[in-house]
Design a protein around this ligand. Structure first.
Ligand SMILES: Cc1cc2nc3c(=O)[nH]c(=O)nc-3n(C[C@H](O)[C@H](O)[C@H](O)COP(=O)(O)OP(=O)(O)OC[C@H]3O[C@@H](n4cnc5c(N)ncnc54)[C@H](O)[C@@H]3O)c2cc1C
Length: 432
């Protein structure tokens, strides 16, 4: 890996997501050798992936180079590598570019899409957990529109213009709203010769309401906003299969569609080598104590989506969202600094700042403690909070500019198929 040996303790961080970046930013100036590893050379702001998929933002607006984060320190290094395994006995991390030893190891590998063992959905559905996948989805949607405008078969056109999403959590709700907005405000101007009454957006949810993790109030408001945008909501319905462009469910509902998007769950993305007792099997996440130490290890920590810290308020661990990841990353940095100075570590306490989801061009729902509201004001808050947490001034500026432009012009800037989803042999590519 070409990393010098020094007298400093070596801190290896796997994952440059919200948790890993929050930690690394606070450790770059410390007396440790910091090595940040990630399979991508950028940090992704996942809450805005749906805007890349629906052509509102270009990918660079929501990504930030990880090298820029480590370059501020003298003893800090970034290496782009896939971590394959950890050997706690020899304190080594094995990666695609070689092995590296550690004194302290932080696992911040986040989560991946959970298909709950359904092979047909895994092989055929679109997903949106990283930028390449968001771009795939954008390309597929635009390619289907290009196909829809030339076909003379009305059934094929309907299939190409029917978008089906499984999972009405914040991701499914925001994506459905984004596609509906395209249908209402953008696409009819791009394709004046196509009848967009044929375009359907279906949102399928296994629970009895949309946004199950949020309040009843948020759920009701979101349902109303989505229905106003023309989204067809199917609750108490579970998708069973997707193959040959047919979605089947546990009810009478079955839908022919060329675009089926799976946003119905995530599971941890652990790295092999850690003692099996430390892994919660169904969640695929590491059990950690109040200092984020992985069960059974003193010098291995896990933060963010990959960790489960059981507390009275959160018996199954904190919600798998950005705030716990950021707060755990920052808190662990404080604890590592204390530990390096020979001081005792302090327990992590989560400060719940609330949750929110946006629907369409100017509506959102917000739950902050007892305050639950929805509509334009909520959207305003959603917008500023997302801008605030975007990493990098340039990203904030470009995103804000794009949103203002989209808002005023009822338009979206990025409807280009630069990176086709299908290769020239018509095979699908890069669905992993
Ligand atoms: C579409 C979508 C929308 C979301 N919307 C919201 C929202 O509105 N609000 C909210 O609070 N949360 C939202 N979330 C959840 C939030 O993004 C996650 O909770 C958060 O990213 C978790 O941070 P993390 O650092 O634990 O993991 P991540 O941010 O996922 O980072 C993990 C990092 O580890 C790297 N990595 C993983 N395995 C390896 C390996 N083996 N080798 C090398 N590198 C590896 C990955 O490349 C990645 O960079 C959303 C998530 C998605 C997917």
């Amino acid at each position: 890996m070409n990393i010098p040996h020094t007298n400093l303790s070596r801190l290896v961080v796997i994952g440059g997501g919200f948790a890993g970046v929050a930690l690394a930013r606070k450790m770059v100036k410390e007396d440790v050798q910091l090595i940040l590893l990630d399979r991508h050379n950028y940090h992704t702001f996942q809450p805005l992936l749906y805007q890349v998929s629906t052509s509102s933002l270009e990918p660079d607006s929501i990504a930030y180079p990880l090298r820029k984060i480590v370059k501020r320190g003298k003893n800090t290094f970034f290496r782009m590598a896939e971590v394959e395994s950890i050997d706690p006995d020899t304190k080594q991390v094995h990666t695609t570019i070689g092995n590296i030893s550690y004194d302290y190891l932080v696992i911040a590998t986040g989560a991946r899409t959970n298909f709950f063992g359904n092979a047909s959905i895994k092989s055929n559905a679109m997903r949106m957990k990283n930028l390449p996948q968001a771009l795939n989805l954008r390309s597929l949607m635009l390619e289907n529109l290009e196909q829809a405008v030339i076909t003379s078969d009305p059934e094929e056109r309907k299939e190409l213009l029917r978008f089906v999403l499984a999972g009405a959590g914040p991701t499914g709700v925001e994506l459905a709203g984004g596609i509906a907005e395209l249908k209402l405000n953008v696409l009819p101007r791009d394709y004046p010769d196509m009848d967009f009454d044929d375009m359907e957006i279906h949102l399928i949810e296994g629970a009895s309401r949309v946004l199950p993790p949020m309040s009843e109030h948020a759920s009701k408001k979101a349902t109303q906003f989505l229905q106003n945008l023309g989204v067809q909501i199917h609750t108490n319905t579970q998708v069973k299969n997707y193959s040959d462009n047919l979605v089947t469910t546990n009810t009478d509902l079955s839908l022919k569609t060329a675009t089926f998007i799976w946003s119905a769950g995530v599971t941890g993305a652990p790295v092999s080598g850690i003692n099996a007792n430390a892994l919660i099997p169904r969640a695929n996440r590491y059990k950690v104590n109040e200092f984020n130490q992985v069960e059974g290890y003193e010098n291995i920590f896990a933060i963010g989506d990959i960790s489960v810290m059981e507390t009275k308020i959160y018996p199954k661990g904190h919600p798998m969202v950005a705030q716990p990841a950021i707060q755990q990353g920052s808190h662990l940095a404080k604890n590592l600094k204390r530990h390096l100075k020979g001081k005792a570590m302090t327990p992590f306490k989560y400060f719940d700042k609330g949750s929110m989801a946006t629907i369409g061009r100017n509506k959102a729902v917000v739950d902050i403690g007892k305050f639950k509201f929805g509509g334009f004001f909520a959207w305003f808050i959603w917008m500023f909070i997302h801008l605030w947490f975007l990493v990098g001034f340039r990203n904030r500026f470009v995103t804000f500019f794009n949103w203002v432009y989209n808002y005023i012009n009822y338009d979206k800037a990025a409807r280009l198929i630069v990176r086709p989803f299908k290769n020239k042999n018509n095979n699908t590519v890069d669905r992993v």
